[in-house]
Design a protein around this ligand. Structure first.
Ligand code: NIG
Ligand code: FE
Length: 416
């Protein structure tokens, strides 16, 4: 078959191995790194990836040949846990945070997530659309081509629906592909203060069926945390979501360990998020149940904590992990997945191969897009991130700056 375009002379190409399931344990150390390679594209899909000069059989007079001498390429990065749709911002709480007021205390006093709920409720569809599109633009220039994004700053139906509609619209309009998650159980809204059970009833009886009916989300997520939702309440929400056909995620062991990992295994979640304070038992549970650990070291960094999720130990115990931004206005205000990957190395001692597997093939499994993205297997979408670096290590060693050179989405050059 003849390629439409062939990208040639890469110094290195990182090729994750799609084993038919997320890479777990020692498999996270596996990948093929092609030295001096090329990527051939046909109809927006990967036609071939190889070493040296491309085979003549892929070329005719119409094939465009593009030179990438000295560059490093990977499958388009996947940010598999974000809270992208929100009104306002939270720098007004920054001084409090710097003075040591804990995240959950700010929330308990009506700030934090509830602060963002106020501004999100007040924001129109257009305003949210514009703001979210801006964040997606930022992600794209940092090399991200697929994201997961959650609702959860409405906590009433009207606003949750608006957030999800924004994501649906942007999934059509924006270059980045979006997987939507309904997270009505993100906090307890002021109008339900001390009535969390009633709020959960509302989520289960009214919101979840409506999300399903309008086909607004693929996943359901819950914040299982002290002062937010208990393990039992989280289980109720996720169980109901499961019965309606949603795939599941859970924010577990982020600040306190209150049983979120057990809930994840009981309901059969696809992933458990954060896991900063996970116990040995929790790691064993997730490993045994093949639940992906979505790790968010930027949140630990931004919360000024020292408890990074024990990524190395998770891998030793056979877990599959990803790295992701958590991009949100409170606990992790950044859209730069590269910085998160660098934290994965510098703060969690992950190797470069583990980091790239985390944000490509494993993240693809985490958002259930493994059939189409996450590796350079022939026939997958030609989503390609190219770095101004000649090797994988440089992209993680030189930190906190945007090292992306160009990005292709479905075979088209979208960042240059
Ligand atoms: O993943 N933990 C709950 N949700 C987000 C934070 C949201 C916010 O603070 O606005 C998180 O850390
Ligand atoms: Fe989160």
């Amino acid at each position: 078959m003849i390629a439409d375009k062939i990208l040639v002379n890469f110094q290195q190409i990182f090729c994750p191995i799609d084993m038919g399931h997320p890479l777990r344990g020692a498999d996270m150390n596996e990948a093929t790194i092609i030295e001096k390679g090329y990527i051939a594209i046909k109809d927006g899909k990967i036609l071939a990836v190889g070493q040296g000069k491309p085979d003549k059989k892929f070329m005719n007079a119409n094939t465009e040949i593009i030179d990438y001498t000295g560059k490093f390429a990977t499958p388009g990065l996947i940010d598999c846990h974000t809270h992208l749709v929100y009104g306002g911002s939270r720098e007004s709480e920054f001084a409090q945070k710097l003075n040591g007021v804990p995240y959950l205390d700010i929330l308990a006093a009506g700030g934090g997530i509830l602060n963002t709920v106020k501004s999100t409720r007040a924001a129109s569809f257009e305003k949210l659309h514009k703001k979210t599109a801006g964040l997606l633009d930022e992600m794209l220039i940092h090399g991200v081509t697929t994201v997961e994004a959650k609702s959860g700053y409405g906590l009433d139906w009207q606003t949750e629906q608006r957030q999800l509609q924004v994501l649906k619209e942007l999934n059509k309009d924006h270059i980045i592909d979006i997987t939507a998650t309904f997270m009505g159980a993100h906090a307890i809204p002021v109008e339900y203060k001390d009535q969390s059970e009633e709020f959960i009833d509302l989520i289960i009886e009214e919101m979840l069926p409506e999300v399903k009916k309008e086909n607004l989300a693929e996943f359901c997520d819950v914040f299982c945390e002290t002062g937010v939702f208990t393990a039992e309440q989280s289980k109720r929400v996720l169980q109901a979501a499961k019965e309606l056909g949603f795939k599941l995620r859970i924010h577990a062991d982020e600040i306190d360990e209150i049983g979120g990992t057990s809930v994840a295994t009981e309901v059969g979640a696809t992933s458990a998020e954060h896991l900063m304070v996970i116990s040995e038992k929790g790691i064993e549970q997730l490993s045994k149940a093949n639940i992906i650990g979505n790790l968010l070291p930027g949140t630990t960094f931004s919360l000024m904590e020292s408890t990074y999720a024990p990524a190395k130990k998770m891998i030793e115990k056979g877990m599959a992990i990803t790295l992701t931004t958590d991009c949100n206005p409170g606990s992790c205000p950044t859209a730069n997945l590269q910085f998160i990957m660098q934290l994965g190395c510098l703060m969690q001692q992950l190797t470069p191969t583990q980091v790239y597997n985390a944000v490509t093939i494993n993240a693809a499994y985490s958002v259930c897009r493994n059939k189409t993205v996450g590796s350079f297997d022939v026939g997958k979408n030609a989503d390609i991130t190219i770095f101004n670096a000649s090797n994988i290590d440089y992209t993680l060693y030189f930190f906190a700056t945007n090292l992306v050179n160009e990005v292709y989405k479905n075979g088209e050059l979208v960042v240059q």
